[in-house]
Design a protein around this ligand. Structure first.
Ligand code: PCA
Length: 324
């Protein structure tokens, strides 16, 4: 009898908890290829959330801009067309200068500095996203940004007239300052743009250079270490509010884990990917002293421009960062 009542009790439990077990499925658009470390990290994040919610929330990643192209992901999540997504946040600096804080040349050029800058900015950034109907979950920096060309470049004068692939306002501004012609291209279209000559240079990480096999079109990489831009993962605020506390906590905890693991991967890839560029025949080197100092001057101009556009709020973040 005891046995039977235990069976009945567990059957009742199954029935009672059945509605909660109807798993919710969230599509998560990503801009970068499936083999990119951010995309792999998002898959690990999704797995963590599935485990943390006992399978109640299934997040399905869609890499390479397949569901929404990079430039459309943020709006898609804001409007609820996708409940969650990942985006290179500096590509939206035109909406709010705060989103461009990670792409000010030579402000924060190491992982350590990037971490401090993000700590200084995070609360204000979270607020800015909240005002756009987005809930901040986690962010991971790309490896430091260097310059790719198909010829030797020792000074800004050597860059004049070159078609330069830009991925945000800061990269377009560098092109303008250097007398290059900027063309905005998503990473998913980069290989083709280089192959067809639509672009013939860029600033990016070794990771993206490897993802796009840029050695098929380009020859030189200069390890400038100009900044470390971030991909940010955010959730639509209405989708977030509809979740129970346990699910929200699982997402937040998995987000923290993803930030740490993604950053560790980014660090490890920094040298590894530059080696892969060299192994594939690219000339990987330090910029010349002249190029370095000319680029630093661009950095000073752009820092001033950023502070002018971001106002007191922006200046407070920079001051807090510098005091760390
Ligand atoms: N790769 C991305 C952004 C920064 C980076 O390293 C890209 O080039 O699109």
């Amino acid at each position: 009898m005891k046995h039977l009542s235990a069976l009945l009790a567990s059957a009742a439990l199954v029935v009672a908890s059945a509605p909660a077990l109807a798993a919710e499925k969230w599509d998560m658009p990503l801009a970068y290829p499936a083999t990119n470390f951010h995309s792999e990290n998002a898959v690990a994040f999704a797995k963590c959330v599935a485990e943390g919610t006992g399978g109640n929330l299934e997040i399905v990643t869609h890499p390479n801009g397949a569901l929404f192209s990079g430039n459309d992901i943020k709006r898609a999540v804001q409007t609820g067309q996708a409940p969650i997504g990942e985006r290179l946040i500096s590509a939206h600096a035109n909406e709010n200068p705060l989103f461009g804080i990670d792409s000010i040349p030579f402000l924060a050029t190491s992982f350590e500095a990037s971490d401090k800058l993000w700590k200084a900015a995070r609360e204000k950034l979270t607020q800015a996203l909240d005002e756009q109907n987005l809930v901040y979950v986690y962010a991971v920096p790309w490896p430091p940004q260097g310059l790719y060309f198909k010829k030797e470049v020792n000074a800004v004068a050597d860059m004049k007239g070159i078609k330069f692939r830009a991925y945000n306002a800061a990269t377009a501004r560098i092109a303008a300052l250097a007398g290059m012609a900027p063309v905005q291209i998503e990473a998913a279209e980069l290989s083709q743009a280089l192959a067809t000559g639509v672009a013939e240079s860029l600033i990016s990480s070794g990771a993206t250079g490897v993802d796009s096999k840029v050695w098929e079109s380009l020859t030189h990489f200069y390890d400038v270490q100009a900044w470390l831009p971030r991909n940010v993962v955010f959730v639509n605020k209405d989708a977030w509010s509809a979740l129970d506390d346990g699910t929200q906590k699982a997402i937040a905890d998995c987000g923290e884990k993803a930030a740490a693991e993604g950053t560790a991967k980014s660090k490890a890839l920094t040298d590894q990917t530059l080696k892969t560029l060299a192994d594939n025949g690219m000339k990987v080197s330090e910029p010349s002293d002249q190029l370095k100092s000319e680029l630093k001057a661009f950095g000073e101009t752009m820092t001033q421009e950023w502070v002018d556009s971001a106002g007191a709020e922006g200046k407070a973040i920079i001051d807090a960062y510098k005091a760390m």
